[in-house]
Design a protein around this ligand. Sequence first.
Ligand code: PA5
Length: 444
Amino acid sequence: MKLNIQAALQFLAEDAIEKMQPAVANAMQQLEEATCPGNDFLGWLHLPSSTPDSLVQDIKATAAVLREQCDAIVVAGIGGSYLGARAVIEALDDNFSWLKESKNPRILFAGNNISEDYLSELIDYLSGRRFGVINISKSGTTTETAITFRLLKRLCEEQRGKDVAKDVIVAITDAQKGAARTTADKEGYKTFVIPDNVGGRFSVLTPVGLLPIACAGFDIEALLQGAREMEEATASDVPYNENPAALYAATRNALYASGKKIELLANYQPKLHFMNEWWKQLYGESEGKDLKGIFPASVDLTTDLHSMGQWIQEGERTIFETVISVENPARKLTVPADDENLDGLNFLAGKRIDEVNKMAELGTRLAHVDGGVPNLLVSIEKLDEYNLGQLIYFFEKACGISGLLLAVNPFNQPGVEAYKRNMFALLGKPGYEAESEAIKERIK
Ligand code: PA5
């Protein structure tokens, strides 16, 4: 993975990045010495280098059982309990896997919404199929996931009997607390623990991400290897100018201070759509607090050049863009020559489709810079487990540094509770009687 900040520097004072070096060094030291706000949630920092092989083997063995016994596996989880797994699986999977025959079980995602239609249609699909469930919730009490799990547990037991259901339902949750833990212990499910000191959005390299990714047939050891190498490449003893996490955190904060309040993460591969979603949660929940924080937005290009392109080029100049570029496609396809050339495309004949995509990427970056949008480039060699492991750890490390530069606690998410309190009060959840009365007054 390489970071190039050249096309952002022209928007900043000449010494802007250099000036941030002491603050970045201080943030990295605070992370390393666990003296920063949220220091009880730093378990992610050395996960790649400290994950024991026994845990990796246990995850692989559990995945093998699920793969053997299931044609579909539903990953029930929301936010940090599903986005990382989905980002990696979709980045590695065939774009059309859902339409093709495969030796792999189909991985489905649920528990991330409360749509009656979504759940009903999921149940329709699962009815009569050999399916299993990975129930992921650190708190073990998240409503979206809990409702979904209640429905899926019942269906699985009805279809496969309690004995088989016990083997194809796995829980990933807290070691002791929460309803997911209570149910798993009572029913005898296989469980994995989400470490206390790893928050949801930093948990993709724990069983939360690793088990679904292994179930989909991908190599979690290579993923961890990539992350491990990025852990080394972003360590606090790596010189500032060579440390991609330090430079990314510094550049985005310098841009923010100069009035660029929105960061657009852009990709040129549809498979990276959920990487954008994962990144938005990581940065949005980590930095959007105390009335501060870059707003993380995203686009899939070139698709969205035909919807958001106008705004990016000529709208309010409060944005900067970070492009994830994949250097090499996995497949080879060229534009065919055509004798009639009715579409006028013969100037492209014989060119790789990826060359056209790369020229679109380069042309767009230049146009955006010309239009006043600073540009950062994150390049990875190809879409494989190793490169994705690097990318994930890079963004995590930079996020920790960046949040501390912004002087917020990057590891909490107090604002997420606000909607839950209102929803529970409106639904009459026991314990919310006082809020219930107050809210009824407000909506009269
Ligand atoms: O990053 C976070 O902490 C959140 O997005 C959580 O992952 C999300 O709210 C789900 O919580 P839980 O895993 O407790 O169900």
